[in-house]
Design a protein around this ligand. Structure first.
Ligand SMILES: Nc1ncnc2c1ncn2[C@@H]1O[C@H](COP(=O)(O)OP(=O)(O)OP(=O)(O)O)[C@@H](O)[C@H]1O
Ligand SMILES: [Mg+2]
Length: 412
């Protein structure tokens, strides 16, 4: 089949040489029974390629099953794949057919292959080499004819080096390696994919079309996409649903780049453009957005504490907030530790004595009233929830462990 036809048939978007190369390999290997090891980062399209290979093989009318080796407990994976006899282990009431039996004549896609336990690897090697396997708890050799496609988003050879993956199995699976390039290595495809996804999603949700302005296009293309095509697709869906202004700017786009990826995956300047190009600005925007988000969260937290604590003066509010924060980070508690923590300013006592004395007096008085308030609240919460600590802690917004410690400390 022609490469364009394959793309059309399987909804593959992109025209980069690396993607085309991967499609060509899939096309060539599909009609054979050779095992394929697909490698590629999360969300890059490994499962899509496993489907292409199966659908273009003579097995296309046979079954296809995807098994995530990382998601099946070590104790049951053998029995899921190869089946077990009645009474093979405690709880094995009836016999069970494994996938290598039910998929006979079809294709098994073994995802996250590096997570497969060593014992299972031995069974897999045998079935790959001879088509033979033995059910768990049986001694009878069974035959099957299954094609195996495996996938991984880690380097399986690292697992070989650390003794977690059989070297012989690695070579057996890797007869034809198929590498799916990460999105950042096929920048020319990013905008194409984005346009396709936004157009699909605006159709689906009946929202007006989305456009990116020039800066936003650059951000999109130069972002490192740790979650690859899946991440891009999710972003397109969110934009299609959420954004009022249908011409998306770089700033707007940056708010869709996840917080957790920190600085590592910010848009990078990879070419030799002059210093004042957009990405420097974008990084600043991103930092500002993150700060703003943190501020909003902090404000909410403070408001919450004020509301629940019911302390009225500004100073007291501040002091309570700090105490709440200290409490939340669960410092090892002895009865004095809280008192010490309320005066972190005095730990390094080298300032003016007069200042420190007044400050200390203020702190002590305030914290006494807080302690009373606190005991009061804890008592109320416990009463309300009939002594159930978990519920009381929930209501108080502290952990059960903290509540337990407080009950002891405050002698409640
Ligand atoms: N070239 C492409 N064109 C269009 N859609 C694609 C392309 N590559 C991947 N996708 C889409 O991206 C999403 C993720 O692909 P897929 O599930 O195959 O990734 P994966 O590599 O198996 O991810 P994971 O490692 O998380 O299992 C799917 O919705 C898939 O349809
Ligand atoms: Mg997958």
């Amino acid at each position: 089949m022609e490469i364009q036809e394959i793309k059309q048939r399987f909804g593959i978007i992109g025209n980069s040489p690396l993607l085309n190369r991967a499609i060509n390999i899939a096309n060539q290997v599909a009609p054979t029974d050779i095992s394929v090891l697909i490698t590629g980062e999360s969300g890059s399209g490994k499962e899509v390629f496993s489907q292409i290979i199966h659908q273009m093989s003579p097995r296309k009318h046979g079954a296809f099953i995807a098994v995530n080796c990382g998601a099946i407990p070590e104790g049951t994976i053998d029995s899921e794949l190869f089946g077990h006899e009645k009474g093979a282990y405690t709880g094995a009431v009836g016999e069970r057919k494994g996938y290598f039996e039910t998929v006979n004549g079809g294709t098994i896609f073994l995802d996250e292959i590096a997570e497969m336990p060593l014992g299972t690897q031995a069974r897999l090697l045998r079935v790959l080499e001879s088509g033979q396997y033995i059910k768990v708890g049986s001694s009878k050799v069974e035959k099957t004819n299954v094609r195996v496609i495996a996938a991984t988003n880690v380097d399986v050879y690292d697992a070989v080096k650390s003794g977690k993956f059989r070297e012989d199995l690695y070579y057996r699976l890797n007869t034809v390696p198929l590498k799916i390039p990460p999105l950042r290595d096929r920048k020319e495809d990013v905008y194409l994919l984005f346009r396709k996804f936004t157009s699909d999603f605006t159709d689906k949700y009946r929202t007006p079309p989305i456009q990116l302005d020039d800066d936003a296009q650059q951000v999109l293309i130069n972002y490192t996409w740790p979650g690859n095509v899946r991440q891009l697709k999710n972003m397109a869906e969110q934009l299609a649903v959420l954004e009022r202004d249908r011409i998306i700017t770089a700033q707007t786009l940056l708010t869709y780049i996840p917080h957790e990826t920190g600085g590592r995956n910010l848009p990078m300047r990879l070419d030799n453009q002059p210093k004042e190009d957009f990405s420097e600005r974008d990084i600043l925007y991103k930092v500002l957005f993150d700060m703003k988000r943190d501020m909003v969260e902090l404000k909410k937290l403070v408001a919450d504490i004020i509301e629940h604590g019911g302390v009225s003066t500004n100073y007291a509010n501040h002091s309570q907030t700090i105490n709440q924060l200290y409490r939340d980070i669960e410092l090892p508690g002895n009865p004095e530790s809280q008192f010490t923590l309320q005066q972190p300013v005095n730990n390094n006592n080298n300032g003016s004595d007069a200042y420190n004395i007044t400050h200390e007096a203020e702190e002590v008085e305030e914290s006494l009233s807080l302690i009373e308030k606190e005991s009061d609240l804890i008592r109320k919460a416990l009463k309300k929830h009939k002594g159930k600590r978990k519920l009381a802690a929930n209501e108080l917004g502290i952990s059960e462990r903290t509540l337990y410690r407080k009950i002891k400390e405050l002698n409640l």
